[in-house]
Write a protein that binds this ligand. Structure first.
Ligand SMILES: [Fe+2]
Ligand SMILES: [Fe+2]
Length: 237
């Protein structure tokens, strides 16, 4: 799979360095989690490059930050989880140094990698970091966000939802216990955390789609017509 598009507008020296980085990322990227795989990188990169057309940012910083932001992955239930982005920032620097990036740029890339983490709650200190945050968080929403959320939860053996309780009327949400609770513990906050206007509008749109999905899910699981004998006959006739 290719991550970089040939139509990228960078000079040939930068292009060569990016190509080498792409090879290295493909070689080193952790395998086995469809919610954090090369397709995730490709989507985040596409959004990031789109945002860069209006918001600016240096592509020599932004592209490596996107490609390296998830280079270290720790299972959600591991005690080391909170330092994942720190480890990724360190590893990003190690990877970039022999590939010809300047010390100054490596520092900026590592900082953006560190700041992308939602759980760390850091504000973006550069435009590249703000773009990475928004692009990565948008990938947690909408149709792709649903697939990633379910895939992530099933890797840990978490049930989809809590039996007999409508998800919209629950008082407490625990995403370690029920996958769809993640919508209310984290995803619902993402639209207001977006750094740019376009990302915020897009995040709202994607969140609305998830709400729609949850209402349908509720109708199917909590008030399923198949449960009632009377209604079931309607489906049989
Ligand atoms: Fe991440
Ligand atoms: Fe990510």
């Amino acid at each position: 799979m290719k991550l970089l598009d040939d139509s990228l507008n960078v000079d040939s020296q930068v292009w060569d360095r990016l190509r080498n980085l792409e090879d290295r990322v493909i070689e080193l990227f952790p395998k086995g989690d469809p919610s954090h795989d090369l397709l995730h990188l490709k989507r985040v990169l596409k959004t990031a490059l789109f945002l860069a057309t209006t918001e600016g940012g240096n592509l020599e910083i932004l592209i490596p930050a996107v490609l390296l932001h998830d280079i270290v992955q720790v299972p959600k239930n591991s005690p080391e989880r909170s330092s994942t982005s720190e480890m990724a920032a360190l590893k990003a620097s190690e990877i970039l140094e022999p590939l010809g990036w300047s010390k100054d740029d490596i520092k900026k890339i590592a900082q953006a990698v560190l700041e992308h983490s939602y759980s760390r709650g850091l504000a973006a200190t550069s435009v590249e970091s703000a773009i990475l945050q928004d692009s990565d968080r948008l990938d947690a929403l909408g149709a792709i966000g649903l697939m990633r959320m379910v895939s992530c939860g099933t890797l840990m053996g978490t049930p989809f939802y809590e039996d007999s309780i409508d998800v919209f009327s629950k008082n407490t949400y625990e995403d370690r216990k029920y996958i769809i609770d993640h919508v209310f513990t984290k995803l619902i906050r993402l639209p207001e955390l977006m750094n740019f206007q376009w990302s915020q509008a897009e995040a709202r749109k994607r969140f609305e789609f998830m709400e729609h999905f949850l209402r349908q899910l509720g109708a199917e699981t909590q008030q399923s017509p198949i449960n009632s004998e009377k209604d079931a006959t309607r489906y049989l006739s």
